[in-house]
Write a protein that binds this ligand. Structure first.
Ligand SMILES: [Zn+2]
Length: 375
């Protein structure tokens, strides 16, 4: 069965006769540089192809099931525009914190999130932002998902013993200014990354994690020396992707009691402020909403453009934590999550949940989707 996932929704496209299954999958594996004789282990590969004058990067993954291999192809348009930092929905304040860390010649910038939270795309956008002639950038990836001009991309090969940590160590002999690790897989790699950052280079990486402080705690739990983390880490970003409301079918309506309560807890309730900020929504419902003096939220009604889902595309929600002296002290003391949380509270840190709710309030996504993404 061939299915397309378009704008969030999976739809059956066609069925291919069972006797052709292996041949079709074999062909896909050939053009994505996979091992065609192996059917048991999961594999991942890559295709770069031009369709209708558009270059596409296609990430391919196979997994063996009891009915044969299952193949997923993820299509991404290969265009420089896609990689702009601004496409990720950073608030000005968060963007400034990140840019500040990127402009330095050393340090360790880490992006944390679960699978499919846009970490890799975010990393590429950071790299692209820094891709200038005067900085040599080397990235260690497994596998390379997108190709970027001007960056040395190295692919790890576990079966040859060329692991992430080996890769990171060996690229340092190539004297780069910036090293990147996509999906730091283990404590060893994380430790090498901190040491590389301490040797006067900038390291950017992504890691599987819940949010900023849980990621710091996780690095400590991995057994990495606190001084290595404290002195190398410059900035951590917590990230999720939430679906963006489809603008053509967006309608505004009064927020539910639960939604209003959440806005209130997070100080996002001032209606007048919202009216100016909101870009989407029809005038008539805004009038009603203002009369009822409730905050307005926006929902997609569903239309042809969004396959009736009410959503089109995604936007990132973030929290960006700059590591300052006080936080360094807390890391050195191997503080608990509660102690880190106290620090955040004292410093009025804006969490991912806050960022998401403010985007829901501004009519970019919905409260439901934000809660789903953050929990
Ligand atoms: Zn729509």
């Amino acid at each position: 069965m061939v299915r397309y996932r378009i704008n969030y929704i999976l739809e059956k496209q066609k069925t291919i006769p069972k006797q052709l299954q292996e041949a079709v999958i074999g062909r896909i594996k050939t053009i994505s540089n996979m091992n065609t004789s192996e059917r048991k282990p999961p594999q991942s590969g890559y295709i770069h192809k031009n369709f209708y004058n558009n270059d596409f990067d296609i990430r391919v993954s196979t997994v063996p099931t009891i009915d044969g291999e299952s193949v997923v192809l993820s299509l991404m348009k290969h265009s420089e525009d896609f990689f702009k930092l601004d496409d990720f929905g950073f608030t000005e304040k968060n963007k400034r914190k990140l840019e500040d860390a990127m402009d330095r010649s050393k340090g360790f910038i880490l992006i944390a999130g679960p699978a499919v939270s846009g970490k890799t795309t975010q990393l590429y956008s950071i790299l692209n932002h820094m891709n200038i002639d005067k900085r040599k950038i080397v990235s260690v990836e497994g596998p390379v998902e997108r190709r970027i001009n001007g960056i040395m991309q190295v692919e790890v090969n576990e079966s040859l013993g060329f692991t992430f940590s080996n890769g990171l160590r060996s690229i340092m002999n190539q004297d780069p200014n910036i090293g990147m690790v996509i999906d730091v897989p283990d404590a060893e790699t994380a430790e090498v990354a901190t040491r590389v950052a301490l040797s006067g280079r900038l390291v950017v990486g992504s890691i599987h994690g819940y949010d900023t402080i849980h990621t710091i705690r996780r690095l400590l739990d991995m057994g990495i020396e606190p001084y290595l983390i404290a002195s190398s880490l410059s900035c951590i970003i917590g990230q999720r992707l939430v679906p963006r409301i489809c603008e053509p079918c967006a309608k505004s309506m009064p927020a539910s009691d639960d939604e209003s309560k959440l806005f209130e807890i997070h100080n996002l309730i001032e209606v007048s402020d919202q009216k100016e900020k909101s870009k989407i929504g029809n005038f008539r419902s805004f009038v009603t909403t203002n009369k009822s003096s409730k905050v307005a939220v926006v929902k997609g009604d569903g239309c042809k453009l969004c396959n009736n889902s009410g959503f089109k595309g995604y936007i990132g929600i973030h929290e960006v934590l700059k590591v300052d002296d006080e936080l360094r002290e807390l890391i050195l003391k191997k503080s608990s999550i509660e102690e880190f949380k106290e620090y955040l509270k004292k410093n009025e840190f804006k969490t991912m949940l806050y960022d998401g709710l403010s985007k829901a309030r501004d009519g970019i996504s919905t409260v439901d989707e934000v809660l789903k993404a953050v929990n």
